[in-house]
Write a protein that binds this ligand. Sequence first.
Ligand SMILES: Nc1ncnc2c1ncn2[C@@H]1O[C@H](COP(=O)(O)OP(=O)(O)OP(=O)(O)O)[C@@H](O)[C@H]1O
Ligand SMILES: [Mg+2]
Length: 391
Amino acid sequence: MTDAAKSLLVIAPEPRVSEAIAASFASDAGVRVDRRTATLAGLNGHAIEALATYDVILFQTNPNDQADLAAIRELVAHRREQTKLIALADGDISLAQARALSDAGVDEVLPLPPEARTSTQGRAHAGGSRRAGRIIAVAQARGGIGSTTVAVNLADQLATGVGLRRSDPRPKVALVDLDLQFGTVGSFLDLAEQDTLLKLAMDGTVPDATFLEQSMATLPNGLSVLAAPARFAPLDALRAEQVAAILDTLRQTCDYVVVDLPRALVGWIEPVIERADEMLIVTDISVPSIRHCRRLIEFLTQDNLALPVEIVVNHQRKPLFRSKLQREAAKALDRRLDHWLPHDPSAAAVAADRGQPLSQSAPRSALGKAMRALARETRARLPAATQKSAK
Ligand SMILES: Nc1ncnc2c1ncn2[C@@H]1O[C@H](COP(=O)(O)OP(=O)(O)OP(=O)(O)O)[C@@H](O)[C@H]1O
Ligand SMILES: [Mg+2]
């Protein structure tokens, strides 16, 4: 970059960012560094036109800010062909955000210089990089396969303290039903109707801790539940920013946040994928389900390449010897099929009739035990930050 550069402009709202960059070129007499203390969007179009003659323009940006993206496009439209545009973003921006910047015409995306980072951390999406509670998202390979059963009972078992010693404090767990239109978590747990998500979808507000605390139901074992609305909400009414705020708020106070995802891959599930510590996909091993499961994994890991995915095969006991179909399913998914939940219609029916998790309605049933094992394994893979010692 520096070989060809003669004039370099740094546009940053925080002086310490431009100072850090200017300092790194201080010894290079061949480079003139000018600075503007502003956001790109804060400069008017005319100024952008005048600035576009620099050899290199570095600008601090917030990839979530549509005005910033629009300003980038404007800068791209006016720059000299040889002007290089470099975005300075928080080191923890997601691939999707980096992609949005490059789609807008940015040549390179660089992390903020370390000495400039402290004041800007958390600016891009409040709390986005803070990792207190573990976020576990549950998705389904086909409708009705059992993803809500898994989400509800996993959250319940984690809250009850599966795998912990009696003397250990119970983890704090939240269960969020993001199946906005068809969510059934509320009826699985016999909860009074909640219209929290509908209210958010309708008035567009970004929820805070107080709002969530007041609107979530709490079960006797401490599990907090945000249920889907009983009334119909348009699928596109929820915004990514609202979902991000729900998760960031909950993970600041909870050890685990279990999310039941909708079947539709709407844009507002992206904050879940970006933040998830693990994704559980519930499937059976029929060819259509495995095909869908594969597409789902490809889609989900596109925005978070490092996202661990665990496959939960429902309605089938763990086999002693794998059949050809089972081996082929594992091969098609390119992962092990580690978790199996037996087909247990009587336990499922008792739980549904009573509106209780399996730990209460059918703890000794085959499905109840398998759910306990799944929760124990999940806890072992993702120990809560406060409880690393217990097995
Ligand atoms: N292992 C199982 N054995 C028997 N019945 C089960 C099992 N798992 C789930 N079920 C039953 O299957 C039905 C569908 O389960 P569930 O609602 O969890 O699926 P889902 O994937 O969330 O469905 P939806 O597409 O409606 O969200 C429920 O009646 C549930 O009790
Ligand atoms: Mg469901």
